[in-house]
Design a protein around this ligand. Structure first.
Ligand code: NCD
Length: 487
């Protein structure tokens, strides 16, 4: 979703897609790319996205190959993703549309293909453009283009409305992309309706202000648009599947439900639907899921067009691995005064000046980094920083008999820049640790997400970067799948 920037902002792309609707009606386009090849790799099931992407490239006069399922590629024989992408690049593909359950695979593919074009390929001059057609539970940005186009044509605007998103918000990639597309627009309100355990993940809500969450469809009564989704049972455990079967009837949009909502409401759905929109309202004018799907061809036509015409935009193949800081220890100093509010540490680590309430996150970070043995004696203290500011609370963490490894200390200071970290080696000295030199923690940690490309391809190495929205605290997360470091 972050790639919709500059001249290719989502709004510009949606305007371009709107202009393609007439061309799509006539199965052609004024711009043709007859000498471009497209590889459409759908390793997960697809009906709409596969058909509309194929029709889009055909309307643009391109040559194409379609792979449906991984059973018919050498992936089945153990070929890696990296080699698969190199092969399609070497055979001249300029567009690779990719759907896979492996999260972060499109970004990895983009890097592999660019490097191959830069360094090896005899035939392909590049650039090779990767279109993410859905990566596991993460994102589905081309769906968001057609969803946004649908909203624009329905409401006549892309801000100042109430958007309800319901169903499987935990696993539904279309919901995550849609929220990214609308979260920072003026006057937006969000209502998330999902059963317990299937709500919108924290990382997508991070920093979001105007939203409510509920398990009741009645919470959607004031929405202008309700975006419904199916339960992604293929991503659920057996226990979750049983739970979904037991509660799914509570999440069905029937005529009675529709009639309790705002009369002008429009219901969207990325499809496929299972039973979450009842058959009795299939043709109700308030349900716009099928006309919405029709926007797939013009949207993908415009996406492919601008990618084929866009000037080469290089991806940084070796990004600085976040701004995590590590570095120098300042000179040992003698302890001055012992603060009154805690048991002095003889030997160990003191992490001070943490924002109040951050302790739980610090524990989680340390657990994820596997840097602190579970039996480390520890004390957490919350105190008032100064009498003058009685509401200025701080947290302090004391880890007895334990020296925090540098990469863990650096991570904490990167996330909480005001934190100070002191190591007391036990001879009445304090080693103040101030960190200043960028370093990677990636060699110490693996991504916690089993579906992440870094856990599924031997050439995809973990890399952690800062994510976050302006004005909100930063998250350290996997560059590929976005899983927070402390999940
Ligand atoms: C969705 C998908 O694959 O993410 N469908 C689509 O592309 N239109 C939704 C889903 O599978 O539930």
């Amino acid at each position: 979703m972050d790639d919709f920037t500059g001249p290719y902002s989502l709004d510009n792309v949606v305007d371009g897609a709107d202009r393609m609707v007439d061309w799509a009606r006539h199965n052609t386009s004024d711009v043709q790319f007859g000498n471009f090849k497209a590889a459409l790799l759908f390793f997960e099931p697809s009906t709409r996205t596969m058909f509309s992407t194929e029709q889009a490239v055909l309307n643009l006069g391109m040559r194409r190959t379609i792979v449906s399922g991984s059973d018919h590629t050498s992936l089945l024989k153990g070929e890696s993703f990296a080699d698969t992408f190199r092969m399609y690049t070497g055979q001249g593909a300029r567009i690779i549309a990719l759907r896979t359950k492996i999260e972060g695979a499109p970004l990895f593919a983009a890097k592999v293909c660019q490097q191959y074009v830069n360094e090896i390929s005899v035939i392909n001059p590049g650039p090779v453009n990767i279109i993410n057609c859905g990566d596991g539970r993460q994102y589905h940005p081309t769906q968001t283009v057609l969803d946004t186009l649908t909203i624009k044509r329905t409401l006549g605007r892309l801000d100042n409305f109430t958007l309800g998103i319901m169903g499987d918000l935990r696993n539904g990639r279309t919901c995550h992309s849609l929220l990214e597309a609308f979260r920072d627009r003026p006057g937006m309100k969000f209502v998330f309706v999902a059963p317990k355990g299937f709500g919108m993940p924290e990382r997508y809500k991070h920093g979001l202000k105007d939203f409510v969450e509920s398990e009741s469809l009645d919470a959607l009564a004031d929405c202008d648009i309700v975006y419904d989704t199916r339960f992604q049972t293929e991503r659920a455990t057996d226990d979750e599947k049983r739970y979904i079967e037991a509660i799914r009837h509570e999440f069905v949009i029937t005529l009675a439900v529709l009639n309790r909502w705002k009369p002008t409401v429009r219901v969207m759905h990325p499809l496929p639907r299972v039973d979450e929109i009842a058959a009795e309202v299939s043709l109700d004018p308030r349900i716009i899921a099928f006309p919405q799907a029709e926007m797939g061809i013009p949207s993908r036509m415009y996406i492919v067009t601008f990618l084929c015409q866009a000037p080469f935009r290089a991806i940084d193949l070796n990004p600085v691995q976040s701004e995590l800081l590590v570095g120098t220890e300042t000179k040992p100093t003698n302890p001055t005064k012992t603060p009154k509010h805690f048991q002095p540490v003889e030997r160990g680590t003191v992490i001070d000046h943490l924002p109040a309430g951050s302790m739980e996150m610090v524990y989680r970070i340390l657990r994820t980094l596997r840097s602190m043995p579970g039996d480390t004696p520890r004390q957490a203290v919350q105190y008032v920083k100064s009498k003058a500011h009685a509401d200025h609370l701080k947290d302090m963490l004391l880890l007895h008999e334990y020296e925090l490894p540098k990469f863990a200390a650096a991570t904490i200071q990167s996330i909480f820049p005001e934190a100070t970290i002191n190591y007391l080696p036990g001879n009445q000295t304090i080693l103040k640790r101030k960190y200043g030199v960028p370093v990677s923690i990636s060699e110490h940690v693996r991504c916690s997400n089993a579906a992440c490309i870094t856990n599924n391809d031997r050439e995809a190495h973990p890399n952690f970067v800062f994510l976050g929205h302006p004005g909100s605290a930063r998250l350290v997360a996997c560059e590929y799948c976005g899983a927070p470091l402390w999940d």
